[in-house]
Design a protein around this ligand. Sequence first.
Ligand code: H79
Length: 428
Amino acid sequence: MAEWKKETEEERNKRMRWWREAKFGMFIHWGVYAVLAGVYKGKQIPGIGEWIMHRARIPVAEYKEYAKKFNPVKYDPEEWVLLARWAGMRYIVITSKHHDGFALFDSKVTDWDVVDATPYGRDLLKPLVEAARRHGMRIGFYYSQAQDWCHPGGAAAGGHWDEAQEGDMDKYIEEIAVPQVRELFTNYGPIDIIWWDTPVDMTRERAEKFLPLLDLQPHIIMNNRLGGGIEGDFGTPEQHIPEEGIPGKDWEVCMTMNDTWGYKSYDHNWKSTETLIRNLVDIASKGGNYLLNVGPTAEGLIPEPSVVRLREIGRWMSVYGESIYATTASPIGRPPWGRCTKKETEDGVKLYLHVFDWPSDGRLVVPRLRSKVEAAYLLSDPNKNYLDVKQVEEGVAVSVPKEAPDPIDSVVVLKVEGELEVEPAQEG
Ligand code: H79
């Protein structure tokens, strides 16, 4: 039971169901920092792009000037949603306000928003929410509730650097953060996720100021970063995949495709498509979700290297998505050749064997599996031609073609007969 919400275990399972099945989402970090794109006064500022104001100690008034150059005329929310959908992502989480305090929506409690402070002058969230709804994409808002470097009283990790930031944090929460979250929960229809971040100086009392707002969105799912000891619905490992997952909990790994969340013009350290697909598989095999980031430019474009990778992931997902969606963690640990995911349906248990290292001798050994196998086939085979299966000492041996169907991850499906029976893992 989620302690921030009075509900039964059954109600919680119902609320979490779509999220648990979705497995894969798009994170979007977008804001005024995209104008700077990692450069301040001609100098490349190290670190993550959306932190540039903090890192370069940019005064508030000066930082706000950059909003005049935030004019995303090429923004096409429908295209973003279709790209996410093609990639196989089932939800989108966008920064409605990051630590710089800039709101991507029309906020009545501040002028530091896209409507009042930029030449673009229009709410950016509304058309994205609408496009998402049109295409069956779930939508969530990231909201930085504690750190706010442009509104007086907002916290800053390590402290403030400009007098204009000083003020009463409780007043900031009461007059900015809480009303803005109320706006987000009132003006955009049903919202699926609220993604809090960095609970710097968030006491229990401060965190509790946000809780009544959650009743405005009875089906919302929230992460574990509100603060004040409030656990939320899911854990949020950032930029790393936990070795053993987080058994018994819901969790989501958020990760960048290069080394920054907010756009940086000169960050070219892109992960390969192979790494991204194998990360998704690795996470699914441990029972988690993958929230993969894009950082659009100030013009409103998702960088081309991200687009290319998402298209390639989509190509893989169009064949292999079944082995990801609605799966749960591997019952056989981490086999030597790759990963395993599991799906329970009315007609029994399926294991998806994700083979990263294809056996050159055509013999794929599935360790620890003691159940009989009803059928084995390549997920990429439209005819589902049966592969030979033998029970062997180690578990089950499947005869597979000599050539891997997919160089990144080929999937062999095992339909288990009756109950799943697995030998316990060997110690050490
Ligand atoms: O939104 C993304 C990050 O901006 C945010 N979480 C993800 C989803 C995040 N905020 N803080 N952190 C992550 C932790 C990292 C802090 C660092 Fe720093 C920022 C390390 C270097 C710059 C603060 C300033 C700590 C050291 C210097």
